[in-house]
Design a protein around this ligand. Structure first.
Ligand SMILES: C[S@@+](CC[C@H](N)C(=O)[O-])C[C@H]1O[C@@H](n2cnc3c(N)ncnc32)[C@H](O)[C@@H]1O
Ligand SMILES: [Zn+2]
Length: 283
């Protein structure tokens, strides 16, 4: 983890700045956080212990599935909408393996990324995905361990959205890109495999909470047809919350009777948001 990235992090106990001293991040008041040997920094306050996020198996499945490239259209759409400067900082909330964040950083050597996730298994992966990315364990529903206005771009892809904290961390003219699943997303698999379907009401409530801090400046549907072999279908299911309440043997039985390849719809909305306060200022 690079020292200049630690400078935009803040202490989860007292909110003072952090600086890297050998392999320990410290604030001026003496709160200290050791860098894990796998390269990530755990800034989860002790009170948050017990929130685990994605398991090792889910993160493993996500790594394999994203490696197939079937979600490449989502990554491409994020890259097209990123509009980054050469030395901008990008923060991804609920970053998982860091697949999207690394893509958005592109080839520019000066750009930096911070991957936030509550799962230490995800944090391990994100720590290795790109040397420009600092991987940090934190709870997205609490205060984010980042200084105010530090990110020029924030990403939130199928992840928890804490509007007030994302607005605090985003620079006044910064942008937030949010990817959410549409009801048609994976529709061919939802009923057949017993996956969790997209809850329209929940989506509406989440959008409302975002609208308290942000104004939407753009929205596009990313829709593709994926031809998935059985291994890809299995990894796709195992990387989602459905993995928690499906019986593995039964899942394999159901996958075994699917046509191969299975034709499956990818359908998500990519929306772009700016802080309400920044639009007021420029109005
Ligand atoms: C559906 S995955 C998406 C991961 C990544 N954005 C992607 O699309 O590949 C949701 C991620 O949010 C993380 N997560 C869940 N609850 C969280 C929380 N309270 N704070 C931070 N991350 C959380 C999970 O560990 C998981 O990595
Ligand atoms: Zn402190």
């Amino acid at each position: 983890m690079e020292a200049d990235l630690v400078a935009v992090l803040r202490c989860p106990v007292c909110a003072d700045g952090l600086a890297l001293d050998d392999r320990t991040a410290r604030c001026p008041r003496g709160h200290a956080f050791d860098l894990a040997k796998q390269g990530y920094l755990n800034l989860l306050p002790a009170a948050s212990n017990g929130i685990d996020g994605d398991s090792a198996a889910m993160v493993g499945a996500r790594t394999v599935f994203l490696g197939t490239g079937h979600y490449g259209p989502i990554r491409d759409a994020l890259i097209l909408n990123a509009e980054l400067g050469e030395d901008d900082l990008v923060v991804e909330v609920g970053a998982g393996t860091g697949y999207y964040l690394a893509g958005v950083l592109g080839l520019s050597p000066q750009r930096r990324g911070i991957a936030l996730d509550v799962s230490k298994y995800a944090a391990r992966r994100a720590a290795k995905v790109d040397p420009r990315i600092a991987s940090v364990v934190c709870d997205a529903w609490r205060e984010l361990p980042l200084v105010d206005g530090s990110a020029q771009l924030m990403l939130n892809v199928f992840a928890p959205r804490n509007a007030a904290e994302m607005a605090r961390v985003l620079a006044p003219t910064g942008r937030l890109l949010v990817v959410t699943p549409n009801q048609r997303h994976l529709i061919e698999l939802v009923d057949v495999l017993g996956m969790v379907s997209v809850d329209d009401e929940k989506e509406r409530r989440l959008r409302q909470s975002l609208e308290e801090e942000f104004v939407r400046t753009g929205s596009e549907v990313v829709e593709e047809t994926m031809a998935l072999d059985r291994t890809a279908v299995e990894q796709l299911v195992l990387m989602t919350p459905s993995a928690r309440h499906l019986n593995y043997r039964e899942l394999l039985q159901r996958i075994a009777v699917l046509p191969e390849p299975a034709i499956v719809t990818l359908s998500v909305t990519l929306s772009t948001w700016m802080r309400t306060s920044s639009t007021h200022q420029s109005a």
